[in-house]
Write a protein that binds this ligand. Structure first.
Ligand SMILES: [Zn+2]
Ligand SMILES: [Zn+2]
Length: 320
């Protein structure tokens, strides 16, 4: 069972995205690239090199529903004459169109993001969503944790690895401990745990960073020898990456605790301090990062949080 990486251009800051072709029955594509002419052409070129036609694809599996990964899924599905599309049920992004914006708006307001800024973020995301087609509920099958994707020769174990998004999944070939991890594992950068409503109760925040730490540890339990990420080259030393991520997360946590220590701060205040130069979409990512770390520090009893009007204000826990 050969895993063939295909790199596709994206219009996003992150750069090219990796999708993975498994050229064995049933022919399966893991992730698709964004809905752009350039990505579409590069994908077809990659398939051609592997002597596969779009019409041969029987299964389209999504690691998660960000535009750079799922954008072409619907058009490929249509062209492949009803290939099956699989994505985890907790993936609310483009699985069934963008989750109602209201849930996001409420989370941003609670994080202290000013109204004008929320409106700017909404407009930016309206633009980004043009890079993907959405699906209706009946148009995909659910990826289930611990189930297997079977192939003529071998299988991939589905491992639910939430954190970057609630429904992120990885795929493990246990025979040689190879992992396809989407944006859960990226060679050069620490993935951003994106601010998301909880898939079970959309009035709550998904505890993205705490979940992400569990996912990293879970992947570690497979002792991977090779990890294919959503962006950048493959990771051969997962242990090194795991420890590096943990260090980065602890350092960032120490920083957010210092930032709220003096007078109390919202996640927005913390984001502004950490990333003063962030522009457009990066302002949302900065807030995501701040919320994720504040939530984790709070869950670990290192800081307190109280509601001030509609906003959450984090404070140092007093030492009395
Ligand atoms: Zn992503
Ligand atoms: Zn990505």
């Amino acid at each position: 069972m050969r895993i063939i990486p295909i790199s596709l251009p994206t219009p996003f800051y992150i750069g090219p995205v990796n999708v993975y072709l498994i050229a064995e029955d049933p022919i399966t594509l893991i992730d698709t690239g964004p809905k752009t002419k350039e990505a579409n052409e590069a994908l077809r070129e990659g398939l051609r090199r592997a002597r596969i036609r779009v019409s041969d694809i029987r299964r389209i599996v999504l690691t998660h529903a960000h535009e750079d990964h799922c954008g072409l899924a619907r058009s490929l599905r249509d062209e492949a004459k009803d290939a099956e599309v699989l994505v985890h049920d907790w993936e609310t992004g483009h699985r069934v169109g963008r989750l109602k914006y209201e849930a996001h708006r409420a989370l941003l307001a609670r994080a202290g993001v000013p109204d004008t800024e929320i409106e700017t973020m909404r407009k930016l995301y309206e633009d980004v969503r043009l890079y993907a087609d959405s699906f209706d509920v009946h148009e995909y099958s659910a990826l289930r944790d611990e189930a297997q994707l079977e192939f003529a020769n071998g299988s991939l174990r589905i491992v639910h690895t939430p954190g970057h998004t609630p429904g992120s999944c990885s795929f493990v070939r246990e025979a040689d401990r190879t992992v396809i991890a989407g944006d859960c594992v990226l060679k050069r950068i620490t993935p951003n745990p994106i601010l998301s409503p909880d898939p079970i109760d959309s009035s709550r925040r998904f505890p993205s960073l705490a979940e992400y730490l569990v996912s990293l540890a879970r992947l570690r339990s497979f002792a991977p020898t090779l990890v294919h990420g959503g962006h950048g080259g493959p990771v051969r030393d997962y242990e090194e990456l795991f420890n590096r991520y943990l260090r980065a997360i602890r350092e960032r946590q120490a920083q957010v605790i210092r930032l709220v220590a003096k007078s109390g701060a919202t996640a927005w205040d913390v984001a502004q301090e950490m990333f003063p130069k962030a522009d457009d979409v990066h302002r949302f990512l900065a807030v995501s990062e701040a919320v994720a770390h504040l939530d984790l520090a709070h869950a670990e009893d290192k800081i307190g949080v109280e509601l001030s009007g509609a906003k959450e204000v984090y404070r140092k826990i007093s030492a009395d």
